[in-house]
Ligand binder design. Structure first.
Ligand SMILES: Nc1ncnc2c1ncn2[C@@H]1O[C@H](COP(=O)(O)OP(=O)(O)OP(=O)(O)O)[C@@H](O)[C@H]1O
Length: 367
């Protein structure tokens, strides 16, 4: 049986460097992988001098990993990063000053011992769905705005790598600055601190990352964005049960997940899978939201249920989860989303529904 990647990573995390920091603290391990009986990783060092000084660390890592059951081969490569970082007097690499801000999103993840809180962020809530197009991003942007209106300090991370829609829905554009090449300055709209992976990509650029690159990108969005002091960070996930969800729950201490679904059977079936995934990842499911539940004809007032009605409430009952509320299907919500001014900024039935949802999270101490 092959060794578990996290266990192997933990095994070397407390090796002490010549400067007194641990390997984990120094954040030098890149592309750590377990492939059958082989463990591989890169030790990223500043220059040849540092590489020589770290030879005993490399040897100790090799010794510890080789001693683990299931490990036959250990391959460690030392590399210096591109961009010629200079050594500070105490030996830590720094970026050369005056260099253009060039933080690239998408890289291999760095070593990390389990899910971490984000400094300054009190609560992290993921918004997920099983099926695409059910309104998860719409609910996230409106909930963010409703929470901000309730006086909370709110962040919104658009982690929908395959279809980032928050820049449009929140009305933000432009590439966020990274003055030090290490951290990203998020944008601000409607009282919400916003960051989207879409803002870091060139327009029309498709993301073709696989697991490790996605994990690295998620880690960067969580830890290298200057989120500041927040009561809650909402994370808009891609639909489904894939690498981004897995990365998020492995990298960040998620306080809870909200599942958005339409009442349609097929959407509910996928929602069940999403709930099962969050259960397996040990992220508490806070409840279900029914989106697109009723449609009231603006001309005659007739109420129709295009995707069915009440299915999500029934599903929540069956699963013993809270039903957090229902949101109508209406033109105003779509137009507001397209114009970058979420409908929850205004007044009316839908804005009230979002205000209630926001208040519920506040009352539960989650936002
Ligand atoms: N309650 C609603 N009433 C009217 N239109 C809505 C409603 N909810 C969402 N929409 C519209 O449906 C479309 C899909 O919504 P959205 O992008 O929020 O879904 P999603 O689940 O995040 O999709 P994706 O799978 O792309 O992540 C958008 O055009 C949005 O404006």
């Amino acid at each position: 049986m092959s060794v578990n990647r996290e266990t192997a990573l933990r095994e070397i995390s407390d090796i002490v460097l010549p400067d007194g920091r641990t390997l984990e603290k120094a954040d030098l391990v890149r592309a750590f992988s377990v492939d059958g009986d082989t463990v591989r990783f890169v030790l990223e060092v500043a220059d040849a001098g540092v590489a020589r000084a770290l030879a005993p660390v490399e040897a100790e890592a090799k010794r510890r990993l080789s001693a683990m059951p299931g490990v036959e081969k250990v391959q460690i490569v030392m590399t210096a990063p591109a961009g010629k970082p200079q050594a500070q007097p105490h030996g830590h690499p720094v970026r050369s000053s005056g260099a253009a801000p060039s933080l690239q999103i998408g890289r291999h993840p760095t070593a990390q011992a389990g899910p971490q809180p984000i400094p300054g962020v009190k609560s992290i809530i993921a918004i997920g769905s099983g099926k695409g197009g059910v309104g998860k991003s719409t609910v996230t942007s409106n909930l963010a705005v409703a929470l901000a209106r309730a006086g909370r300090r709110v962040g919104l991370l658009d982690a929908d790598i395959y279809g980032p829609s928050q820049p449009r829905m929140m009305g933000v554009s432009g590439r966020p600055a990274s003055p030090d090449g290490q951290h990203i300055e998020p944008l601000h709209a409607h009282g919400v601190t916003v960051m989207s992976i879409g803002l870091m990509l060139k327009e029309g650029e498709a993301v073709v990352w696989r697991g490790p690159m996605l994990m690295g990108a998620m880690q960067q969005m969580l830890q290298q964005v200057n989120w500041g002091e927040l009561d809650v960070l909402l994370i808009d996930l891609p639909p489904g049960t894939g690498d981004v969800q897995l990365s998020l729950c492995q990298k960040a201490a998620v306080d809870g997940a909200i599942i958005v679904s339409t009442p349609q059977d097929v959407a509910l079936l996928d929602a069940r899978r999403a709930i099962d995934m969050f259960n397996k990842l040990k992220a508490p499911v806070l409840g279900l939201v029914e989106n697109m539940s009723t449609y009231v004809c603006p001309n005659c007032g007739h109420e129709a249920h295009l995707f069915g009605h009440g299915g999500v409430a029934a599903e929540a009952r069956d699963l013993g989860l809270p039903f957090l509320g229902e949101l109508p299907l209406e033109l105003e919500t779509r137009l507001a989303g397209d114009s970058g001014r979420p409908v929850a900024l205004g007044s009316g039935v839908t804005a009230d529904a979002y205000a209630r949802l926001a208040q519920r999270l506040v009352d539960q101490g989650l936002a």
